[in-house]
Design a protein around this ligand. Structure first.
Ligand code: ZN
Length: 342
């Protein structure tokens, strides 16, 4: 079923790609005729033992959308001028869409006019793996993510000064982390989770006591207002939820365990309230940072709903993480400060 679906979806894309490649040859690769998978298997075979992130081909299929899989694992190319980061100007970091390794800083992004995000340099050359690509009668340099081996795009030498390099990268191969967004500044080897479960003071306190949690911050996320204040959020007009960002070490504490704790720490069946605190800022929500977190959250909700553990259905929203605005200093570690009398 998977391959039929992707073929259906890819057919018109392949035709459009052919039409648009005339104008823009550079990023346009490669293997657009092979919609179903041999290259994915090839990438898998080539996976070296040294890769930090290793998954089976099925693992990649499960964690990526069909289009992400086609580009990242089958060395496909998205149609030019269609990717969400082609004309994207915000400050932040671009990470590998497959494994989250941070690859390019927004300061190095520029418009090359070819219809794909272009960069003059990676965050660090060791984050990328370059390979000769002789497909389509051209000799080009393919760019892969060094951590997981996924295909990202190509690099050319027609970029602007000072490097003269032009990293031409598929938008769909990237995830953008806005400056200040959870996860952007995280330490190597850690992961970030974001939850909303009512008043953030108590929730932060509970998460911060878990073994494997490296740091926590409270803040506002999921709404419309930029740089909201506590007062604004409490007026229930910003759309933001009181939230806690949890940075954890996945070798000690799994995301699933954090999810289970999240459901223990509050009543996930209440809608836009927790006990006496009423308003959308007190809603129950999981803000996922990648597809694996989303899948884990949805799976656990189905399991809990079926278990009969709660007498009403779970009302928790599962939403893609957006910008996280840290709350004012006096809200940070609030209970810890109370306990220490500061
Ligand atoms: Zn990667």
């Amino acid at each position: 079923m998977g391959s039929t679906m992707s073929q259906k979806r890819l057919w018109p894309a392949a035709v459009l790609l052919f039409l648009t490649t005339v104008a823009a040859v550079q990023c346009s690769t490669a293997r657009r005729g092979t919609a179903t998978g041999s290259d994915g298997a090839l990438l898998e075979k080539e996976t070296e033992m040294t890769r930090k992130v290793q998954k089976t081909d099925k693992g990649w299929k499960d964690s990526l959308t069909a289009e992400q899989y086609r580009v990242l694992r089958e060395a496909g190319t998205e149609r030019p001028f269609t990717g969400k980061y082609n004309d994207h100007q915000e400050a932040g970091t671009y990470a590998c869409g497959a494994c989250g390794s941070r690859l390019f800083a927004s300061e190095t992004k520029y418009d090359h006019g070819t219809g794909w995000p272009s960069f003059t340099a990676p965050v660090d050359k060791s984050r990328l793996e370059l390979r000769e690509d002789r497909s389509h009668g051209m000799v080009r340099t393919e760019v892969r993510c060094a951590a997981c081996g996924s295909h990202l795009g190509h690099v050319f030498n027609d970029g602007p000064a000072p490097t003269g390099e032009h990293y031409c990268i598929n938008s769909i191969a990237l995830d953008f982390l806005q400056s200040g967004q959870p996860g952007e500044m995280k330490k190597e080897g850690t992961e970030t989770a974001v939850f909303a479960a009512g008043c953030f003071w108590g929730i932060e306190d509970k998460f911060s006591r878990m073994k494997g949690v490296m740091s926590t911050r409270v803040g506002y996320t999921g709404g419309r207002t930029k740089n909201p204040t506590y007062k604004k959020v409490c007026s229930d007009t910003t759309g933001h939820a009181e939230s806690v960002e949890v940075v954890f070490d996945p070798k000690i504490l799994g995301y699933e365990e954090l999810l289970e704790a999240f459901f223990r720490f509050h009543d996930p069946t209440q809608i836009n309230r927790q006990g006496p605190d009423v308003g959308t800022q007190y809603r129950s929500a999981i803000f996922y940072l990648n597809e694996a977190q989303k899948d884990a959250a949805l799976k656990l909700i189905v399991k809990l709903d079926a278990s009969g553990q709660f007498d009403r259905p779970i009302a928790t929203q599962v939403l893609s993480a957006s910008e996280f605005y840290p709350a004012e200093d006096y809200h940070q570690k609030y209970y810890e400060k109370l306990r220490s009398g500061k």
